[in-house]
Design a protein around this ligand. Structure first.
Ligand SMILES: [Mn+2]
Length: 194
């Protein structure tokens, strides 16, 4: 997999309340995107804390990734912060399986043989988790494109321009999405993987 990512803060802020992690782990990848509630430093504190917890978890667990457990750790660790909405995605490249978990307003889209739009659970990590959190799983196929973005990006975009034949790198695709579909009333961040 190759990943590209791009983000920028809301107009008038220097610091984004969004934060992301793209980490190669044993037999796969762990990708996380967090959007701290509100904007500015307090939002960034919550999202950075979530990512630091996820990064520590990834370092300690090798190829064994339990997304529900990651979520529980984040929820406990974010108590006392503003809280964050979070999208987590794990590729097990040995078993060729993706799994994902989303709490709150983070969007995950997958361009694959079949298009997949996993359903997020409501809630705010660090404040209130939903009763049940769905972990979506689907087979990994070579060439799959994964997109994870915060709600600073409109959702009504077509993924046509991400098709391989358009020749965009994942980094160019990430920048294009923010440029064309980022809203200026919120921090906006997108990760594109292929
Ligand atoms: Mn947001």
């Amino acid at each position: 997999m190759i990943f590209g990512a791009f983000g920028r803060p809301i107009e008038g802020e220097f610091l984004s309340g969004d934060a992301y992690l793209i980490r190669e782990i044993e037999h796969g990848w762990l990708v996380a995107l967090a959007d701290g509630l509100g904007h500015g430093a307090a939002a960034a504190e919550a999202s950075e804390k979530a990512l630091s917890i996820i990064n520590t978890y990834a370092g300690a667990h090798g190829s064994v990734v339990d997304l529900r457990n990651v979520l529980r750790l984040c929820h406990a660790g974010l108590a006392g912060t503003r809280g964050a909405v979070i999208g987590l995605c794990h590729l097990n490249s040995q078993d060729r399986v993706w799994s994902s978990l989303v709490v709150g307003n983070v969007t995950l889209r997958v361009l694959s043989d079949r298009q997949l739009n996993p359903v997020p659970a409501g809630g705010i990590v660090g404040y209130k988790l939903p009763k049940t959190v769905h972990v979506a799983e689907w087979p990994y196929c070579e060439g799959d494109t994964l997109i994870l973005h915060t709600d600073g990006v409109r959702e009504d975009y077509s993924m046509d321009f991400l098709a391989r034949k358009q020749g965009l790198t994942v980094q160019q695709a990430a920048e294009r999405i923010i440029e064309k579909y980022g809203v200026n009333t919120d921090d906006a961040t997108v990760i594109v993987g292929r």
